[in-house]
Design a binder for this molecule. Structure first.
Ligand SMILES: NC(=O)C1=CN([C@@H]2O[C@H](COP(=O)(O)OP(=O)(O)OC[C@H]3O[C@@H](n4cnc5c(N)ncnc54)[C@H](OP(=O)(O)O)[C@@H]3O)[C@@H](O)[C@H]2O)C=CC1
Ligand SMILES: CC(C)(CO)C(=O)C(=O)O
Length: 311
């Protein structure tokens, strides 16, 4: 594997800009390319995006056009799950033999969706957590950058060289990361967090502060998370009530005025990732013969809110 010196990112939203800003500062602006459909390329032309006040004019290139420098070295997906279907096939031309793909999307399904189209052999598993990024218009602000938890499942030891190339990049640039011994468990733990905090803050139309104080919103968040603990047990993934408590501690450490990505979608009246949170819990619980009333209620309420958005 060659040393990674270039980064390509699909999705110039909160996480895309957070990592774009980081790699522009550490590798150089010219080493960062955003990939998008042609309408967005046109729309983003000459746009300056800001990250904690730093203004960037990133290169935004058509995803379906091969890069003259060669295939992507590290391709990061940072779109919402609702945009995967459109954006994954778009970047087929960017993938070469040594391309490593990371998905920073929340949820437990994006790696399989991307891998089924672009090749599972390119996928490393990761989770982005602990950030308090808020993007309004073209301005991103955050005070905690969070970290990337990264790893390979036990049955894929052949990906060790890919993982080493990515962790070498993270070491060289100082990107906070943890190498996870059981990455699938970590993916589920983070999903449990999102099923709780994203959906509870969404239905309460609040901020992290809403679920940090004792009361019905916090109880609902924890009850939705407890249903994921149950489901994980049925699927043979080790997620415990101690994990639940540790993730609630993480939520309690976030800026009370900040808000999860789903609430940011709610404020912008964009369809959220509810299908990938409560929707997925409900579908998998049905297969496992488990009742998940809290997630059913959250699903009903979020779908209800979204049905009122303008088309
Ligand atoms: N925000 C956060 O703090 C965290 C988010 N996550 C997860 O990371 C993922 C990304 O979230 P976030 O960054 O908040 O999402 P955002 O909605 O902020 O950004 C998504 C971006 O994808 C762009 N996009 C949509 N379709 C395409 C396409 N076809 N080609 C190129 N770009 C496209 C959108 O463009 P446009 O704006 O032009 O429509 C938008 O800028 C989600 O799964 C989220 O749950 C994980 C951890 C923390
Ligand atoms: C809750 C949070 C911020 C955790 O990092 C997140 O994953 C999101 O906003 O979707």
């Amino acid at each position: 594997m060659e040393r990674i010196t270039r980064v390509s990112i699909v999705g110039m939203g909160a996480l895309g800009v957070l990592y774009g800003d980081f790699f522009a500062m550490t590798l150089g602006l010219e080493q960062v390319t955003f990939l998008a459909d042609r309408d967005r390329v046109e729309r983003y032309r000459d746009t300056t995006v800001y990250c904690n006040g730093r203004g960037w004019k990133f290169a935004v290139c058509p995803g379906d056009e091969a890069d003259p420098r060669g295939p992507a070295q590290l391709l990061i997906f940072a779109v919402k799950a609702t945009a995967l279907e459109a954006s994954v096939p778009m970047v087929r031309n960017q993938v070469g033999k040594d391309t490593v793909i990371l998905s920073v999307l929340n949820g437990i399904t994006s790696e399989a969706v991307i891998g089924n189209i672009l090749g599972m052999e390119h996928m490393l598993y990761c989770v982005a957590q602990g950030m308090d990024a808020v993007k309004m218009g073209n301005e991103l602000t955050y005070s905690h950058m969070g970290q990337i938890c990264i790893g390979i499942p036990q049955h894929e030891p052949q990906k060790e060289a890919m993982l080493a190339a990515v962790t070498e990049l993270f070491e060289r640039t100082g990107l906070p990361y943890t190498r996870e011994p059981d990455i699938l468990r970590r993916l589920w733990c983070k999903w449990m967090l999102n099923v709780g905090v994203n959906q509870a803050v969404m239905v309460e139309e609040g901020t992290y502060g809403t679920v940090q104080k004792p009361g019905p919103a916090r109880q609902m968040m924890k009850a939705a998370m407890a249903e994921v603990v149950e489901l994980a047990g049925r699927e043979g993934i080790r997620v415990t009530m101690e994990d639940l408590d540790a993730y609630v501690d993480l939520i309690d450490s976030l800026n009370p005025d900040g808000m999860p990505s789903m609430r940011q979608d709610g404020l912008a009246r964009r369809p959220s990732e509810v299908e990938f949170f409560a929707g997925t819990v409900i579908r998998r619980a049905e297969v496992a013969g488990l009742d998940v009333p809290v997630n059913r209620e959250l699903y009903r309420r979020i779908k209800g809110m979204e049905s009122g958005y303008p088309v």
